[in-house]
Design a protein around this ligand. Structure first.
Ligand SMILES: [Zn+2]
Length: 470
């Protein structure tokens, strides 16, 4: 009898197959895609942070996935986040064009009628990617609304988070919540969640302070350690478990769990396993690295002027100071091209990185357009860089893939641009445009200190990933 029940449970677990088309994203950089659902299985590929995968099947600890390149394999569930299933709804009184690419000049393949809804996939270049006739198309985000398919919970990522009476940082604080508190989501508005409070009234919380998936891995829990000797990694926390491979002395790993003197680690090549933590020593992941931060513009050059009239040069400098502090804590020596409201040419900024012998140069900017509908985060590299342009790309990519894991931060691309500051240097260099100052919602976010703190953490994580992957 017991055997039958067990068998039924096992069958139920194995057949718990997701509906076709559900997407998930990896939540850690360089994670193994295994042939089978086990840490001692062969590795088919190593996936980067924020890799989009199609979920095919799951059991209680593992997901079978298909990558964008069509490879199938298994990833531990802990390293995957599955965004809520949502609709894009036309709440206007007119038809809205469905297009082949994210521009108003691209071909229209159909229209979304008033009241009609389609499956939401993602947001890119300020356009929603939707499923229409079983294919992916684009629809203008500023003309449409997002609706949840079923009731959803969100979890607070930090302590003392303000809950407000409107979806705006200017609105009244009606309550507060702490780390791990959970709330039901009633809606989504401009990067804010409408949540249900204890007395059944509604409140609003900024999306970047929350997560949908408390069980999945987030970078903030990583502890970087170095192996103090050649070290076996095993499938479980004792020498009785099977050996997977041996790490070399001096390799940096990420510890994601600890049990009885054993650490569960993720190695640089994406392998996951357990090792005796007597041979692991906590390490500063950026020890010995020299970083030049470049707060864009300055003095007579204000940069972009925001929706409400604020100057880009000031916020660039605020972010740089904030990021410098974090990178120092991670062990890096950090220099800045300017530390006050002064002017320095882009050419001099680039050349300064070479003079300092910096390992990387990161230029910090905020975007602007004469259309306030546009939003999103982008990073840039330059292929006419004198030396190894791929390093600039790798840096731009590592920062981007970490930054877009923030809820309410949308993708605007990793782009090749002939920016002078990136061109006039031999140092691997990237530039970030954190958000659009011309978009009222993003303008408010980027001037908010809690948003800035979350953002610089992710930029720092990206910089660490860049160096670990070298
Ligand atoms: Zn700028």
């Amino acid at each position: 009898m017991k055997k039958t029940i067990l068998l039924i449970i096992i069958i139920l677990l194995l057949t718990n197959i997701y509906a076709y088309g559900i997407t998930g994203y990896t939540t850690i950089s360089n994670i193994a895609l295994y042939n089978n659902a086990g840490h001692d299985s062969e590795i088919k590929d190593t996936l980067k942070m924020s890799s989009k995968v199609k979920l095919l099947q799951q059991n209680d600890e593992w997901c079978k996935v298909e990558t964008l390149e069509g490879k199938t394999g298994w990833i531990e569930k802990y390293f995957i986040t599955v965004p809520s299933e949502r609709y894009v709804v036309n709440n206007t009184t007119y038809n809205i064009n469905i297009r082949t690419s994210p521009t108003t000049t691209s071909n229209s393949v159909g229209q979304l009628k008033p009241g009609e809804k389609v499956n939401y996939i993602d947001t890119y270049h300020s356009w929603h990617i939707i499923e229409y006739n079983k294919k992916e198309y684009y629809i203008a985000s500023w003309l449409t609304d997002i609706e949840y398919k079923q009731s959803e919970k969100i979890y607070f990522l930090y302590d003392s988070i303000n809950i407000r009476n409107k979806a705006s940082l200017n609105s009244k604080v009606v309550a507060q919540g702490n780390k791990s508190d959970s709330f039901e989501v009633a809606g989504e508005e401009n990067g804010w969640y409408k949540i249900v409070l204890k007395d059944n009234s509604f409140g609003y919380v900024a999306a970047w302070l929350t997560t949908h998936d408390m069980n999945s891995y987030t970078e903030e829990y990583a502890i970087y350690k170095k192996t103090t000797d050649d070290l076996n990694i095993r499938t479980g926390p004792s020498t009785g478990y099977k050996r997977i491979l041996t790490l070399k002395k001096g390799e940096t790993v990420k510890t994601v769990a600890t049990e009885n003197g054993w650490d569960k680690i993720v190695a640089q090549n994406g392998y996951v396993g357990w090792c005796n933590n007597y041979y692991l020593k906590e390490a500063l992941p950026l020890a010995g690295k020299v970083i030049l931060l470049d707060p864009g513009h300055g003095a007579h050059d204000p940069g972009a002027i925001s929706y409400s009239g604020k100057f880009e040069k000031h916020i660039n400098l605020d972010v740089a100071w904030n990021l410098k502090e974090l990178l120092n804590k991670a062990g890096a020596s950090v220099y800045m091209t300017r530390t006050s409201d002064t002017y320095i040419s882009n050419k001099e900024r680039g050349r300064l990185a070479d003079k300092l012998g910096a390992d990387i140069l990161l230029s910090i900017h905020h975007n602007s357009l004469n259309n306030s509908d546009y939003f999103g985060l982008s990073t840039y590299y330059n292929t006419i860089n004198y030396k190894a342009p791929s390093y600039g790309y790798d840096l731009a990519e590592a920062i981007y893939l970490n930054a877009i894991t923030i809820n309410g931060v949308y993708r605007d691309g990793i782009l090749d641009r002939n920016f002078e500051v990136l061109r006039e240097t031999n140092t691997p260099a990237a530039l970030i445009e954190i958000g659009f100052m011309s978009n009222p919602t993003e303008e408010m976010n980027i001037h908010n200190i809690s948003f800035q703190n979350v953002m610089v953490e992710k930029i720092a994580d990206g910089i660490v990933d860049y160096f670990l992957q070298k």
